[in-house]
Design a protein around this ligand. Structure first.
Ligand code: GAP
Length: 485
C-alpha cells in the first residue's frame, strides 16, 4: 500500500533533511520566497533541464538553443509591452496596509469569476483578510509593476535604469535575426532557452512554486501565419508527452484553455498545462503555458528598433519614450522573413511553450514521492524516472570486512565516470537501502560473501526491491541498459 503526498510540508522537510532544497540565507533568518538547491536538488533540477533540452533541441532538426544575458536594452521591455502592462492588480487593506493580488483575494473569498472580473468584484467589498484575519476594507484594485529595476553604469552621463528580465522569451525575439543569419535555419523553426527570470511577485507561494527569482525553459517557435494553429496543436501534444514520458502520472496532468479575459496582452490563444499540486484552491495549478503569440513580438520590436532616437532625446528615460507607430509595410520590415520556396515575405507567427524549471522540479518531486507500508516497516521513496534521479547507483559492501569494502570501492570507481554514484559503508545494509530509496536512487549494487567466490554482486531495484545476481564485469552494461544511458 503506497501513500502519496497530501501535505506539502512533508516534502519541504524531507527536501531540507536530505539536501534537495534549502531556504535562501537561512543562517540570517531566511529570505522570503528565495530557495537554494542543495547537492541532490542541484542534480535533480539539472536533470530536468537536460531532459528538456535533449527533447526540444538535441532530438529535433528544427530547433536550436540560445543563452542570452539577463540585462537587455530597456527599449526591449518598452516595445514588448512589459514596461506599461506587466503588472498585477493589487488591493490594499485600509486597516493594516497589507497588499494582495486582487484576483487571489477574490479566489480566497470564494469568488468563481475568471480573470480581471475577479478584481472588479472586490470593489466595495469587505472580505476577511487571509493573513491577519481582520475584516479588511479594501482599496480599488490598482496596477503594481512586476519587473525589478536596477541602475547600470557608474557615470551620471551613461547610467540608466535597466530591468531584470521577467521572461527569457524577449532575448529570443531580439536574437531571432542573428540566428537566421548565422545558421541554416528557415521558418518553420524554433529557438530554445533556459535561464533565470525575475518578477517582484505580490504574493509568493508554496515552496518553490511561485518565487521572485526562478528559472524558465522557453521555446519560441516561428512559423508561417496560417500554419500557427497546426503548430500550436503539435506543441501541446509534444509537451504533455514530455511530462508523462518522464513519469508524471497522467491523472495528475491536464490542459486548461485560457478564458478570453485571462489572455496575456500578446496572445491569440493560450493553454495551461496544469498539475494537481497538493495545495491551493482546487489543487490544479499551472505548470507551463503554451501560447500563440502571433506576430506581436516581432512587429513590436520592429517598431522598437525605430524608437532609439526618441529614447536618446528623452535622456534614456524608457518610461517617457514612445514606441514608433507601425509602418504600413511592416511585413517587409527588418524582422520579416523571405520564404524563398513560396516566394513571399512575412513576419512569422510564434508558438511559445513556456515551462518553469523550478515548478517542473516541484511537480516531479511531488509525483515521485510515496510512503509505502511494507511487511515489517514503512519506507519513504522517490520513484523518480531514472533519467531524473539525482543519484543513479549506490555501491555497498555488505559488511566492513573480508575485502568487501575494497571490492565495492573498485566497482564504484569503475562506474563513477558513467553514472552519478554513491558509496556507502555505514550501518546495516537494510538502512542503507532505505537511505537510497528516500532520495530516489534506482539501483543499489552490493558486494557480499559470494562475490569473492564467483565474481558476482546483487543489483537491487528501487521500485520492486527485487535483487538480481549479476557478474561484476556485466554490471556496467546492465545498468546502462536499465537506465537507458
Ligand atoms: N514567456 C511567457 C511567460 O513567461 P508565464 O506563464 O508568465 O509565461 C511561464 O510563465 C512559466 O514560468 C509558468 O508556467 C511557470 O512554470 C514559470 N513561472 C512564472 N512565474 C513564476 C514564478 N514567480 N515562480 C516560479 N515559476 C514561475
Amino acid at each position: 500500500m503506497a501513500e502519496t503526498l497530501e501535505k506539502l510540508d512533508d516534502l519541504v522537510s524531507l527536501c531540507k533533511r536530505r539536501g534537495f532544497i534549502f531556504q535562501s540565507s537561512e543562517i540570517y533568518g531566511g529570505l522570503a520566497s528565495c530557495y537554494d538547491y542543495g547537492p541532490l536538488g542541484a542534480e535533480l533540477k539539472r536533470n530536468v533541464k537536460n531532459a528538456w533540452w535533449k527533447s526540444v533541441v538535441q532530438m529535433r532538426d528544427d530547433m536550436v538553443g540560445l543563452d542570452c544575458s539577463i540585462l537587455m536594452h530597456p527599449l526591449v521591455w518598452k516595445a514588448s509591452g512589459h514596461v506599461d502592462k506587466f503588472a498585477d492588480l493589487i488591493t490594499e487593506c485600509k486597516k493594516c496596509n497589507s497588499r494582495f493580488r486582487a484576483d487571489h483575494l477574490a479566489d480566497e473569498n470564494g469568488n468563481t469569476m475568471e480573470g480581471a472580473s475577479k478584481a472588479e468584484h472586490l470593489k466595495d467589498k469587505i472580505c476577511p483578510h487571509p493573513k491577519c484575519k481582520c475584516v479588511g476594507d479594501f482599496t480599488d484594485p490598482m496596477p503594481f509593476r512586476l519587473m525589478f529595476e536596477t541602475q547600470m553604469g557608474a557615470n551620471a552621463d551613461d547610467s540608466m535604469t535597466v530591468y531584470l528580465r521577467p521572461e527569457t522569451a524577449q532575448g529570443i525575439f531580439a536574437n531571432y535575426k542573428n540566428v537566421l543569419d548565422s545558421t541554416r535555419m528557415k521558418v518553420p523553426f524554433g529557438i530554445a532557452q533556459i535561464g533565470k527570470s525575475f518578477r517582484n511577485e505580490v504574493t509568493t507561494k508554496a515552496f518553490i512554486f511561485r518565487t521572485r527569482e526562478f528559472e524558465q525553459m522557453e521555446i519560441e517557435f516561428f512559423c508561417e501565419p496560417g500554419t500557427d494553429e497546426q503548430w500550436y496543436e503539435h506543441w501541446k501534444e509534444h509537451r504533455m508527452k514530455w511530462y508523462t514520458d518522464l513519469g508524471i502520472n497522467p491523472d495528475n496532468l491536464r490542459m486548461r484553455d485560457h478564458a478570453s479575459d485571462e489572455l496575456a496582452h500578446y496572445a491569440k490563444g493560450c493553454v495551461d498545462v496544469e498539475y494537481k499540486f497538493p495545495f491551493g484552491q482546487g489543487d490544479w495549478q499551472e505548470l507551463e503555458g503554451i501560447a500563440n503569440r502571433t506576430d506581436y513580438d516581432l512587429r513590436r520590436h520592429q517598431c522598437g528598433m525605430r524608437s532609439t532616437t526618441s529614447w536618446f532625446e528623452n535622456n534614456r528615460d524608457t518610461e517617457k519614450t514612445t514606441i514608433a507607430t507601425e509602418n504600413e509595410d511592416y511585413h517587409k520590415g527588418p524582422l520579416s522573413f523571405f520564404d524563398d520556396q513560396a516566394k513571399k515575405r512575412y513576419i512569422p507567427y510564434v508558438i511559445e511553450p513556456s515551462a518553469g524549471a523550478d515548478r517542473g522540479t516541484l511537480a516531479f518531486l511531488v509525483d515521485a514521492y510515496a510512503v509505502e507500508q511494507l511487511e515489517k516497516d514503512t519506507r519513504s521513496v522517490f520513484r523518480f524516472h531514472p533519467k531524473l534521479a539525482p543519484v543513479k547507483v549506490a555501491v555497498f559492501p555488505l559488511v566492513k570486512k573480508d575485502g568487501m569494502p575494497e571490492k565495492a570501492k573498485e566497482i564504484y570507481d569503475d562506474l563513477k565516470p558513467h553514472f552519478n554514484c554513491n558509496f556507502d559503508v555505514k550501518g546495516a545494509v537494510g538502512r542503507r537501502y532505505r537511505r537510497q530509496d528516500e532520495i530516489g536512487t534506482p539501483f543499489c549494487v552490493t558486494v557480499d560473501g559470494q562475490t569473492a567466490e564467483d565474481q558476482t554482486v546483487t543489483v537491487r531495484e528501487r521500485d520492486s526491491m527485487e535483487q538480481t545476481r549479476i557478474s561484476v564485469d556485466k554490471v556496467k552494461s546492465y545498468l546502462r541498459e536499465k537506465l537507458d544511458m
